[in-house]
Design a binder for this molecule. Structure first.
Ligand code: C5P
Length: 405
């Protein structure tokens, strides 16, 4: 079979109940024009048959490290070289532990040691096992080595418990791994005009100094990219940020909160969804100096005045779009965010805890608690691009529900 022009994905399946979803995962990858070679651990074969995976991938499934007939063709080193990407889904706590310790006691773990291809991991396990410090430490080790974590999602589990540990849905994994067009049914966001703010603002003190904040824009840019991948027509109003403009997104630059407010209000009539991901300064210097301030005085008092709240202004419009806000809180996250959702009249709010050891402004990973009138969903700690994909899916669901209700 020719792999010409395809992304070559080596899918490693380990022995968790979510393995029953892997034939669907293979189909989703193939829809995105990938060539998929499946390698299973011995335990995986208790949950899904090699024959099913062979049927959907169109290739014999590999299970044994020392199978003479297989090694005579594509041996484990050749397989490791063949892959453009290694995807481990579902990745059990045991597989994650074996990888963290560099074991090579079966074909799959040996391949991961032998490859130079990027490795993505979609964990799937009971929520206690996911939250156990041993698993958390092993995941940290793999993340530091550059493995990309896809999920897990939060929700009802096969064991009857609820919490983080569910494998992401096959379509989400395929979209995260192979962004771009697919033969999937159109999403609720196809062709929907979306306006999103991102990044910090700078409030001038004088021509060279400003009052600013630590927002990197990573979350807002990742969300703009994920919304565009879901088919939305995205305009990004960005505060100062060094990040590149995502593919298929139109970017408008804004410096201060007042600039951002004007840029949003100019375009709001044309959009169906507004997402406020920017860290807008609440105050600005009352009287910015026309020339550089001299350091003559021993002390200096800056008088600040309130900036317009862009999100509140949009949510108060008579013909308001579906409005999504963010809330960065240091404590009582859910209560504060729910109060903000109601006070600002939003359709959805994505809250995260800031000021702690993980997640937040400049980090690459984040977790969000998403609230809407009458509902909530926790999106666990994961890289911001994967988190943005999950949040986009939730926005699509809630937007579709609001449009039909
Ligand atoms: O009230 P608070 O600033 O915590 O609300 C945060 C949310 O409001 C974020 O979505 C942020 O983008 C938005 N916001 C805004 N304009 C402001 C302040 C915050 O759009 N001036």
């Amino acid at each position: 079979m020719s792999d010409e022009g395809s992304q070559k994905i080596l899918l490693g399946v380990s022995g968790g109940i979510a393995a029953y979803k892997t034939p669907e995962l293979v189909r989703r990858l193939v829809e995105r024009c990938a060539a998929v070679q499946v390698v299973m651990t011995a335990a995986a074969a208790s949950f899904v048959t090699p024959l099913s995976l062979q049927a959907v991938s169109g290739r014999p499934v590999r299970t044994a490290l020392l199978a003479p007939e297989a090694e005579a063709g594509m041996d484990h080193i050749a397989l490791a070289r063949w892959a453009d990407h290694i995807l481990l889904a579902p990745a059990t706590a045991h597989l994650i532990a074996r990888l963290a310790h560099g074991l090579a006691d079966d074909l799959l773990t040996t391949l991961v040691l032998a490859t130079t291809a990027p490795v993505s991991i979609a964990p799937a396990m009971n929520q206690q096992m996911w939250q156990h410090p041993a698993t958390a430490a092993n995941v940290q080790v793999l993340a530091r080595r550059g493995c990309r974590l896809l999920g897990p999602a939060d929700g009802e589990q096969a064991c009857g418990e609820t919490g983080p540990g569910r494998m992401l849905e096959p379509a989400e994994i395929a979209a995260a791994l192979l962004p771009g067009p697919s033969a999937q049914p159109k999403s609720a966001l196809a062709n929907v005009p979306v306006l999103i703010t991102a990044g910090p603002t700078r409030e001038a003190i004088d021509p060279v100094r400003y009052v600013g904040n630590r927002s990197s824009g990573k979350m807002g840019y990742a969300l703009a990219a994920a919304l565009a991948r879901a088919g939305a027509r995205v305009t990004l109003v960005s505060g100062p940020s060094a990040l590149p403009c995502p593919v298929s997104v139109t970017r408008v630059r804004a410096e201060s909160a007042a600039d951002m407010h004007a840029a949003v209000m100019d375009r709001i009539a044309d959009c169906a969804i507004f997402v406020a991901a920017a860290a807008v300064a609440d105050y600005r210097p009352a009287d910015p100096m026309p020339t550089k301030l001299k350091k003559d005085a021993d002390s200096l008092t800056l008088k600040l005045v309130r900036n317009p709240d862009i999100l509140t202004a949009v949510a108060a419009l008579p013909d308001k779009p579906f409005t999504v806000g963010f809330a960065a809180e240091t404590d009582a996250v859910e209560a504060m965010a729910r109060a903000k959702l109601e006070r600002k009249g939003l359709d959805m709010i994505a809250a995260n805890e800031v000021g702690g050891a993980v997640g937040g402004f400049e980090a690459d990973d984040n977790a969000l608690l998403v609230l809407w009138p009458g509902g909530r969903r926790a999106l666990p700690l994961q890289p911001k691009p994967a988190l943005a994909t999950a949040l986009t899916q939730l926005i699509a669901e809630r937007y579709a529900a609001s449009a039909s209700g």
